[in-house]
Design a binder for this molecule. Sequence first.
Ligand SMILES: C[S@@+](CC[C@H](N)C(=O)[O-])C[C@H]1O[C@@H](n2cnc3c(N)ncnc32)[C@H](O)[C@@H]1O
Length: 219
Amino acid sequence: MTRHAESTAFEQFGAAYWEDRHRNGEGEGRHEPSPSLVTLTAGLPPGRALDAGCGNGADARWLAACGWHVTAVDVSRTALRRGRRSAQAAGPASAERIEWVHADLTTWEPGPDTFDLVTSHYVHVPGPQEPLLRRLASWVSPGGTLLVVGHDGRPGHGDHSSRSARLQRGQVVASLPSDRWTIVAAESRTHTVRRPDGGGAVTLDDVVVHARRRAATRA
Ligand SMILES: C[S@@+](CC[C@H](N)C(=O)[O-])C[C@H]1O[C@@H](n2cnc3c(N)ncnc32)[C@H](O)[C@@H]1O
């Protein structure tokens, strides 16, 4: 990809951009589960989970190992292939609890109220993010949990990411009507991850929104 094409595609965050990124190894992603997800699920009984924009599936594998039945969705076939391979290498008990789905989250239709947990980390789509945030929320069953993690969009934060790939916690909270959702946490967190290529560590500034859907309401 030329420099111009790369920056244009980056602004668009379309399927071709993500597939290209995964093929080039830039979208290698995490090999360890998200600390926010680990903390949150420590208090939840395993159920049906959606890892939305799963990348190579570190979170999906970890959830499956904890007993969750996971639907792992990504728009990149390369990412899904790597995720499936890693899950198989981790052992059949976990691998068979994960369904890998090639789909675009902006059009995918799993049906409302489908998951006890919807988790999404660092996913960016073309244009405004709010329609996707509302879609993610609509897939959470009554009493279920939503976890959205993005690159912190506050000034002076998230410098490791493109400015256009950042998220404001207000964007997420505004997508969750207060009569239907309880915001458990909406905050900035910093954590360090090891680079998959073994080239040291990188510190991530995250915006983290953890919300619980009120029982017996529609998202
Ligand atoms: C920055 S990566 C994060 C991957 C993983 N969640 C993680 O934290 O390691 C964003 C992922 O979202 C996927 N993605 C982006 N837009 C998508 C869409 N519209 N539908 C499905 N997946 C999408 C990309 O292919 C990519 O794997």
